[in-house]
Design a protein around this ligand. Sequence first.
Ligand SMILES: *Cc1c(COP(=O)(O)O)cnc(C)c1O
Length: 411
Amino acid sequence: MNGQRPCHAPMDQFEVADGMLQVGGRPLSDLVQQAGGTPFYAYDRRLMTRRVAALRQTLPEGIALHYAIKANPMPAVVQHMAGQVDGLDVASAGELRVALDAGVSAADISFAGPGKTDDELAAAVAAGITINLESATELERLAAIAEKIGHRPHVAVRVNPDFELKTSGMKMSGGAKPFGVDAEAVPALLKRIAALDVHFRGFHIFSGSQNLRAEALVEAQGLTLDLALRLADDAPGPVEMLNIGGGFGIPYFPGDRRLDLAPVSEQLEARLPAVRERLPGVEIILELGRYLVGEAGIYVAKVVDRKVSRGRTFLVTNGGLHHHLAASGNFGQVIRKNYPVAVGNRMDASASETVDVVGPLCTPLDILAQQVDLPPAQPGDWIVVYQSGAYGYTASPTRFLGHPEPLELLV
Ligand SMILES: *Cc1c(COP(=O)(O)O)cnc(C)c1O
């Protein structure tokens, strides 16, 4: 035990009853039975609903919320989120099918991502969704495909801005990037759009992800609005939509604090009237993935073995990096840090020993938590990894070593 180490933000979104973690009001032990064993992911739909409602309370009136499906594309989750948000953002033809299956109207779906294939562009044109253009050549391919199909495509320009979202987990703008059209090249692209038989819808400016600092988000959003208004001078038609990105982070690691959205909201409140006056009828969109669903999910694995190696205690579980690459520290992290973990069936016991929680794979990378304080756990106990509702199952190399796939439950 070391009281000096930074702590995880409290994981109090899930209730506990009789020492058992509850998901969606149901005890973990029931969910294990229902899943037919472990490992599995469980997502709490009430928490997702609550998060969207809280966000709408905080943000100024009239901001549209989109869910970026890649965070968690489980069809049942997408279906649930479709009923909570104003639109969906997809990044592949596969995600597009999931979005359409959820019954979302084409006008509320947009498709961003570099390297859209001709088949993906054709699917998007046929569906009538908005295609966020990532390059001038993509526009030319799209126009040719649309002419063949006989539908006028709806396009927005994804802009690679000349600034970045500072201190983001993942930067996706500023400098040379595969994402979007460099801001300085956008006026020429808008001219080309005007010359083609395509319907111009607006701009998409996404500058980064997983940010916990309100002041960084405020700065990037301010610059985003400035840039959008500048680019609008050259727009070939009314700017119907302005997607200002998202990047709202959630606390994963010791020392991370929950994002305070008040400053973000204040700036939007202050600036939006002028934006709306300059761009009448514009729909202003925030696109969020992990912020909406990440905290609503857990990953559950069973302790298979407990062993001591040269003084260090290892809990060896049946789950690991093949199901949850991000928790193992191998999904974009520079320095490995622990996700918050718990022993789901011993929630009332005190964390009286320091252990390493590892998976069954024959690689030293297969770590779920290193040197964490947990209640003494035995084989058969359930290790819970919090903050696992986004970038879990579908962001993991499930074929690696040939173990069974994890189940997903939406509770
Ligand atoms: C990945 C991605 C998102 C979602 O990011 P989160 O960090 O999950 O909120 C949103 N928009 C675009 C363009 C993305 O690529």
